[in-house]
Design a protein around this ligand. Structure first.
Ligand SMILES: Cc1ncc(CN)c(N)n1
Length: 302
């Protein structure tokens, strides 16, 4: 296997040259820079957009909802979204040039992440329960995700033994620590259900889009890595992500329409959810960079 972890010609960021760095974010987004300026505008634009008749843009896939707030964000923050879902690490799996030590590093670190992800998902489930909206079906969707994390942890153990990775000896790297701390922050009681749900969807969607790309026609994913790609790239996981997205969109729509008691509070929720979405993308990019062994941007986000 070649020992490169760089993009192929499919990389929409044009990171095909081995002299270029993988996608990093040079200026961490904070509530006081780019988003702060565009929040009011984005909320207003979001409302206008939803009122327009929706049309397929050629990038939307059947069964994948579009036209909600999350769709607006994906379009508005397309560059970093692509950075997270078409990262050189993923592209190297897809073109068969993945560096084995990089894959093993990803495996060990992702095991640590997934263990931390379980209590986060459980906390979202509790919030859904506390909402008391039984007819929404949110709890069923979240519960199914929580259940499948049990399988996921078992899979990581099995895969680790296949590749000779001793999980008990894997220490969390900085990007993993920061991402896990972020999950813990999202579990705090003051974090709104809408914000937590937007993060939950984004975390799952990045993996779904990334690994599904490795299974598309024309990909040269090595057979021994196909199972890993199937785990997140299969259609069932795609539908699950669509369900999470529908929940997030419904909650965001409700917040944006001011049907919450205080309009200001609702707008804050939408803004915070958008900032959280961006932070997830940043953490995902950092995580991929670390997996490649090129982590250069691992400071905790403000
Ligand atoms: C870093 C990361 N992001 C997302 C997933 C998908 N649950 C994951 N396993 N690891």
């Amino acid at each position: 296997m070649a020992t490169t972890c760089w993009a192929d010609e499919d990389c929409p960021l044009g990171l095909s040259s081995p002299t270029q760095k993988p996608f990093t974010i040079s200026r961490p987004l904070t509530r006081t820079n780019s988003l702060e300026q565009s929040n009011t505008e984005s909320t207003r634009k979001g409302k206008e957009e939803r009122m327009k008749p929706q049309k397929m843009d050629g990038k939307s896939k059947p069964g994948v909802p579009y036209g909600g707030m999350t769709d607006t964000w994906v379009k508005k923050h397309r560059l970093i979204y692509i950075g997270a879902t078409r990262h050189p690490f993923i592209l190297s799996i897809r073109d068969g040039t993945v560096d084995l030590p990089a894959f093993k590093r990803w495996l060990g670190q992702d095991y640590i992440f997934v263990r931390a992800f379980v209590p986060f998902v459980a906390s979202v489930l509790i919030r859904a329960y506390e909402k008391g909206d039984e007819s929404s079906g949110d709890m069923e969707v979240i519960l199914s995700g929580l259940g499948s994390l049990n399988d996921e942890i078992a899979w990581f153990k099995q895969e680790a033994s296949k590749w000779g990775v001793d999980l008990s000896q894997v220490a969390p790297e900085k990007p993993t620590q920061h991402y896990c701390r972020f999950l813990e922050e999202l579990m705090r009681p003051e974090v709104d259900y809408t914000v937590a749900m937007a993060a939950f969807w984004a975390i799952e969607a990045v993996y779904q889009e990334s690994f599904a790309h490795c299974l598309e026609e024309g990909s040269k994913t090595p057979p021994e890595l196909k199972e890993a790609c199937q785990r997140w790239g299969n259609d069932g996981f795609g539908h699950y992500c669509s369900s999470l997205r529908n929940i997030a969109d419904r909650l965001l729509e409700k917040a944006a329409s001011g049907s919450m008691p205080l309009v200001k509070v609702s707008e804050d929720v939408v803004s915070k959810a958008e900032v959280t979405f961006l932070r997830v993308l940043e953490y995902e990019v950092d995580f991929w960079n670390m997996s490649c062994g090129t982590a250069g941007h691992s400071a905790p986000k403000p």
